[in-house]
Ligand binder design. Structure first.
Ligand code: EPU
Length: 418
């Protein structure tokens, strides 16, 4: 298993580029199931979850041509409308094929995701929504089977709680349903809007994406399209924290500043200087010492749970007590114990982490437990005295495209060992 070896203490300086958003690429790839024509997707990040999704599509019947960050998918026929356990267990976003498969083929069989390092992560809201669209759902042998032999019909669906992939899954089911579907209490994440843009290019009729009420007028069929994925706000956010935590001067290019507004506010409250150089470039500097600022994770446009771990690393280097409140997932603090091994003072109380800073961190052997936790350990290692060895970096490869190369190019002393 690959490891990262990081020597801390170097301020990061220079330019670092943002890639395409993993969490936009995954639903976009799933959307290719909705038509028999080719869909060309650009700025698809070369990360492991994307490769897993491509494998899943090929198993289902797709042909996939990959050329760097461009991917051309064509699903002439759905050969096997199934997402097997072997793939779902490594990537729960596999459940994104459920909606499109029922809509296109009238049938889907998808393994139920099990537990996960960050919480329970059920898909009950996806299933309840599909039932409201007229699908019959059965569960047996660890799989959920959804059938709609007569096709789906539009309905008004109110999500009990906001779910990102749930909104995406049902949006993809509804585009081919008969009549109008209204999704209420829908997720407003930029990735949901990006998917709606792609579906629109494929001929779907969707209004209100980016707000909490999405209206979808079903159409007979969709056609091929070309689409470039939005920049990854979580990758850009991770780089902004890297600049601030190392007291560096980092310019993050190819991003959408507005998508990181909540993080930028917190960085500024913590004493970092963040400026919008132009519409796709942010510059972060931390010239004076950092101070603590509390944070609560929320659905977009609130502070993203996917940046909570990275922010915790930052708060270990800020003067004062910071309270970090995690409201989206019940168990997303696995990184706290690892940071404590590096010298951080973090107390966990239920959904809250209380971080007392500033504490000097020292290099240690640590283990990455999930994707964003691994990123936070890299950040902590960048300021730790001495050498940190981060084990199980396959987690980070799920969602970051060669993060060590990008960080090394701006001065980080980081290398991968096999
Ligand atoms: N939930 C339910 N029932 C459902 C669906 C969700 O109870 O049917 C609960 C979840 O357990 C959780 C909350 O609702 O407590 C929100 O979960 P959501 O469904 O929004 O999460 P997701 O769609 O599975 C996506 C991202 C995650 C990100 C979350 C929250 C993708 C592929 N994944 O997951 O990204 O943390 O939204 O913003 O878009 C990551 O990239 O590291 C990552 C975990």
């Amino acid at each position: 298993m690959d490891k990262f070896v990081v020597k801390g203490g170097v301020p990061l300086r220079g330019e670092i580029a943002t890639g395409g958003a993993k969490n936009s690429a995954l639903p976009a790839l799933a959307a290719t199931l909705l038509t028999d024509q080719p869909v060309n997707l650009q700025r698809i990040p070369r990360v492991r979850d994307v490769r897993t999704m491509q494998r899943l599509l090929v198993d289902i019947g797709a042909s996939a041509d990959v050329d760097g960050e461009s991917v051309r998918i064509q699903v002439r026929v759905v050969r096997s409308p199934e997402a097997p356990y072997e793939l779902v267990k490594t990537m729960r976003a596999s459940s994104l094929v459920l909606g499109p498969l029922v809509a296109r083929a009238g049938r889907a069989r998808v393994s139920l995701p099990g537990g996960c390092a960050i919480g329970a992560r059920p898909i009950n809201l996806h299933l309840a929504g599909l039932e409201q669209l007229g699908a019959q759902i059965q569960q047996a042998h660890g799989y959920v089977e959804a059938v709609a032999p007569q096709g789906l019909r539009g309905a008004t669906i109110r999500f009990e709680r906001i779910t990102v992939t749930g909104t995406e899954d049902l949006m993809m089911a509804a585009v081919l349903a008969r009549g109008e579907t209204v999704l209420q209490n829908a997720a407003r994440e930029p990735e949901v809007t990006d998917l709606a843009t792609l579906l629109g290019k494929m001929g779907a009729k969707i209004a209100g994406a980016g707000t909490s009420t999405i209206r979808i007028e079903g159409v007979e069929q969709l056609h091929g399209a070309e689409h470039s994925i939005i920049p990854d706000r979580i990758e850009a956010g991770t780089f902004l924290v890297a600049g601030a935590i190392t007291a560096g001067d980092l310019t993050v290019t190819g991003c959408i500043p507005e998508h990181n507004a909540a993080l930028i506010n917190k960085l500024q409250a913590a004493g970092a200087e963040v400026t919008e150089v132009n519409t796709s470039t942010l510059r972060v500097r931390a010239l004076t010492g950092l101070r603590s600022a509390d944070v609560t994770t929320e659905e977009y446009p609130g502070f993203p749970t996917d940046l909570q771990a990275q922010y915790m690393a930052l708060m270990t280097q800020a003067e004062g007590i910071a309270i970090i409140n995690e409201t989206i997932f019940e168990n997303r603090f696995m990184h706290a114990q690892e940071m404590a091994r590096m010298g951080a003072n973090i107390r966990l109380e239920g959904h809250q982490a209380i971080v007392a800073g500033r504490k000097e961190l020292t290099g240690a052997g640590v283990i990455a437990s999930d994707l964003r936790a691994s990123a936070s350990l890299v950040l902590a290692a960048l300021v730790a005295r001495g050498e940190t060895v981060i084990d199980r970096v396959y987690h980070i490869d799920r969602g970051y495209d060669k993060i060590e190369g990008k960080l090394a190019a701006v001065g980080a002393q980081i290398r991968r060992i096999e």
